[in-house]
Write a protein that binds this ligand. Structure first.
Ligand SMILES: Nc1nc2c(ncn2[C@@H]2O[C@H](COP(=O)(O)OP(=O)(O)OP(=O)(O)O)[C@@H](O)[C@H]2O)c(=O)[nH]1
Ligand SMILES: [Zn+2]
Length: 341
């Protein structure tokens, strides 16, 4: 058969398709290529997002000669939002720059509402949400339960950390020990620490080692002090983050991933520290109480509020001692607070 000859119409169609393709290479990608001198880009490799700045991200090389080096990278236009903790495929550029070409699958993410109330991820691939509480400021069990519920809803394991153990005394100890034991009975790990007299830091370090964690908890429980103790030299100013947050200046400050001196990573930002204190749905609250597992749906009435209703599976469990009165009370208080928001 003779060589296929394109008629004018076919030629025109092919040209049109090519033009469309070219147009699809977005303006943004062209800009990136110009900026990076695309010919100089290195081979694709895996990296870790350690910070996010508007249109750019800091990517740390995970393997090869470059392992541990940080490149300020652009993102290809077709990439979904990237957050700190994301694993990506990227190509290094010549000047500690580069371009992210794909995002790898996330194990989980931590979300918070944006200004329009829509939930947006702020960090990804986290192993532990460490809920910090202390003798001072006063540790409200209800607030701790709220953090736990929020953590349970992300699928990330919450761990409780009683900090400032140097402040334990005859008055506050019995209550805090009782609280700690209650959480242990439900199945949560409870650690203790003091940055003042270096209590418990080794156990904490071994938990954090090889994992990615975040610290949450009310202002003043000692999160910055813990970060400083775990990363000598980093010097997050104690009390500084909250002060900036109060002024409303830095609430959107990027989440940063830090490598701890003795292993493991920590992701920290003012936004992450406020984790769990925003609106949630009533059903999410019930599902956030681990000891309710297997009981929800067992009530006589489908719309049971678990108060005075007959045949309530949760109230039966409460009477049999499977659910503690404090946690039941906490559940109701959190549900009531939802209507106040
Ligand atoms: N006694 C005692 N005080 C501590 C300890 N750790 C921190 N503090 C003090 O508690 C106060 C609050 O500590 P921060 O580390 O700023 O608390 P934070 O949780 O980071 O607070 P935000 O930045 O507001 O979230 C400071 O005055 C610290 O010196 C501790 O182990 N023992
Ligand atoms: Zn019920």
């Amino acid at each position: 058969m003779s060589k296929r000859k394109l008629n004018r119409r076919q030629k025109w169609r092919i040209e049109k398709i090519q033009q469309e393709r070219a147009a699809r290479v977005s303006k943004k990608d062209q800009e990136i290529d110009q900026q990076l001198n695309a010919g100089d880009l290195g081979a694709e490799q895996e990296g870790l997002i350690i910070a996010h700045y508007g249109r750019q991200v800091d990517v740390e090389s995970l393997a090869g000669e470059q392992a541990g080096k940080i490149h300020r990278c652009y993102m290809r236009a077709n990439i979904d939002t990237l957050v700190t903790g994301d694993k990506v495929v990227w190509r290094p550029g010549p000047d500690n720059d580069g371009v992210v070409v794909a995002r790898l699958k996330r194990n989980n993410d931590l979300v918070r509402p944006d200004t329009r109330g829509q939930l947006k991820p702020v960090a990804a691939n986290i192993d532990y949400i460490v809920i910090v509480f202390a003798p001072e400021p006063y540790a409200h069990a209800n607030l701790i339960d709220r953090y736990i519920v929020a953590a349970e809803n992300t699928g990330i394991e919450p761990v409780l950390l009683l900090n400032k153990t140097d402040l334990l005394n005859e008055d506050n100890t019995p209550r805090l020990i009782e609280m700690a034991e209650r959480y242990q009975e439900i199945g949560y790990k409870v650690l203790t620490a003091s940055t003042k007299d270096h209590d418990g830091l080794d156990l904490l370090k071994s938990l954090l080692d090889d994992n990615v964690s975040v610290f949450v908890g009310q202002s003043g429980v000692g999160k910055s002090s813990l970060v400083n103790a775990l990363m000598p030299g980093i010097n997050i100013k104690v009390g500084e983050l909250s002060e900036q947050t109060r002024k409303g200046m830095h609430t959107t400050t990027t989440a940063m991933l830090f490598h701890l001196s003795d292993g493991g990573d920590l992701i920290d930002s003012p936004g992450i520290r406020e984790f769990g204190l925003w609106h949630m749905e009533e059903r999410d609250v019930a599902e956030g109480f681990r000891e309710f597992d297997g009981l929800l749906g067992g009530c006589k009435f489908r719309d049971c509020r678990h108060r005075q209703e007959p045949g309530c599976a949760l109230r039966d469990a409460l009477e049999e001692g499977q659910i503690s009165p404090e946690r039941m009370e906490s559940y109701h208080r959190i549900v009531e607070s939802l209507n106040e928001l």
